[in-house]
Design a protein around this ligand. Sequence first.
Ligand SMILES: Nc1ncnc2c1ncn2[C@@H]1O[C@H](COP(=O)(O)OP(=O)(O)OP(=O)(O)O)[C@@H](O)[C@H]1O
Ligand SMILES: [Mg+2]
Ligand SMILES: [Mg+2]
Length: 301
Amino acid sequence: MKIGIISRNKKLYSTRRLIEAAEKSGHEVRVIDALHCDIDIASSAPAIRYKGDTLEYFDAIIPRIGASISFYGTSVVRQFEMMGTYSINESVAISRSRDKLRSLQLLSRKGIGLPRTQFAHSSDNIKKLIETVGGAPVVIKLLEGTQGIGVVLGETAKAAESIIEAFRGLNANILVQQYVKEAGGADIRCLVVGDKVVAAMKRQAQEGEFRSNLHRGGSAQIVKLTKQERETAVKAANIMGLNLCGVDLLRSSNGPVVMEVNSSPGLEGIETATDKDVAGMVIDFIEKNAKPHKNRTQGKG
Ligand SMILES: Nc1ncnc2c1ncn2[C@@H]1O[C@H](COP(=O)(O)OP(=O)(O)OP(=O)(O)O)[C@@H](O)[C@H]1O
Ligand SMILES: [Mg+2]
Ligand SMILES: [Mg+2]
């Protein structure tokens, strides 16, 4: 098979591992930088020009679209879909997952456990907003943040109000969320491929920090999931329409709640913590599922 990895950098751990796994299974693999793709809009023959040449046909692509290039990156994935290439994650699903509010709305419609969350653009009653999610402490998040940046803990009602006012002054889209204290500064990353959690790790925030992101100094260890956690992760991935994703759960006193679903999950932390060949499982999934024009939306959404 001819597999394309849509990535800005060949040297990144995840990209390197996917190349390695694809080659090990005898596939031809090429790394494509989305920002160097020119999209050729032609109704009969959609094409992509890459660094001056027309790009050859790929049987499958693995999009790894960084948050900073969501718009152009997903447009390139959509173009591949229109050309008939199978994408492990569809462009519409990636776009959906990039917006925390939209993701939470979709998940809540289907009864997935979520932290109590309020979204408001210019609420007239910030106090009410905080009370609705259970009162302080509350978590305030920028809708398009990543790596824990833009996630703030409002420890008291007063602090929360000031933070919300400050974000609002910057015209930022935010959500206010119940702080799941009983999670103890830990979250669970479930790596989903298809309809299975293939690896899971628990990330623990460092002392004095509530955000467990590895980028914020959190540490990872292997964890055994409950059946309910496993089912929640797979269902969330399915609702989002993602075949490859990281579903982040918090262990709340009411069972697992989904915090977010990442469509370009990093492989380094999870492979290191679990010693599993996640990249190999991604390639296996592609071997079983890649067929021309198989994506559900094929650029329609
Ligand atoms: N409601 C909450 N209750 C308790 N802890 C939370 C809550 N929301 C977020 N956290 C903590 O803060 C961290 C960062 O939050 P979140 O994952 O929403 O942000 P992010 O910036 O999108 O991160 P990512 O890089 O994973 O996309 C979480 O991993 C978790 O440890
Ligand atoms: Mg995120
Ligand atoms: Mg997160």
